[in-house]
Design a protein around this ligand. Structure first.
Ligand code: SF4
Length: 203
């Protein structure tokens, strides 16, 4: 089982120091604390915004615009992958699990699709390794994400950096940094199925 850093570390410094890393950003707020940690350590750091799970398109645009603000703040290259609302690859993979609660099989499929795409882009662009900001979310299982990331890395011949960015108050730090930057903060995870779930929970 891949592990994040020792003890209470959110990642292992030796996995990223002096290396070239492509960071998959699930959203701008979650990226802030990670970029703050990694910008001084990583030799070549770029962010990939690949989230075709997000629905509807105007929500995607809002999240992408916030990501542009964050990439400028930490002076990192932002790679904006193509977005297609209701992408067939996502929809057909999600459909069998549409009624599952957030955190179930649907999310595993969603993580895997995004991690595989990031691994492929890492290989194509010549980075050493890749990681994802997904592990900072209190709603997401970092062990599952790290296992899927490691498998995707092996498939494409690049290293996956296991993390648990929730550690050392990573999530709290991301909320504070997002507030300082006045970032848009979404109220649901992203896909059309999570939209009613989360809004119902809030009621
Ligand atoms: S709830 Fe979030 S992680 Fe789960 S499938 Fe929807 S967008 Fe993906």
């Amino acid at each position: 089982m891949p592990r994040a850093g020792k003890k209470n570390e959110p990642f292992s410094v030796r996995d990223v120091r002096g290396r070239s890393v492509l960071l998959h950003a699930c959203c701008a707020p979650d990226s802030t604390a990670v970029l703050d940690w990694w910008k001084p350590l990583v030799k070549r750091l770029a962010v990939l915004f690949y989230n075709p799970n997000v629905y509807p398109p105007d929500e995607y645009e809002r999240r992408l615009e916030a990501m542009r603000i964050v990439s400028r703040r930490w002076a990192v290259e932002l790679i904006e992958d193509e977005y297609e609302a209701d992408a067939p690859a996502f929809n057909s993979a999600f459909e069998p699990y549409a009624l599952e609660a957030e955190g179930g099989k649907r999310c595993a499929v969603c993580f895997e699709l995004r991690l595989r795409a990031t691994a492929q882009k890492t290989q194509e662009l010549g980075f050493d390794s890749f990681a994802t900001t997904l592990t900072i979310s209190p709603h997401k299982n970092h062990r599952l994400i790290n296992a899927l990331g490691t498998r995707a890395g092996a498939e494409f011949g690049v290293d996956y950096v296991p993390t648990n960015f929730k550690r050392q108050e990573g999530f709290k730090r991301s909320v504070e940094l997002s507030r300082e930057l006045g970032l848009y903060r979404q109220r649901y995870c992203g896909c059309r199925y999570s939209l009613p779930e989360r809004l119902q929970t809030d009621e």
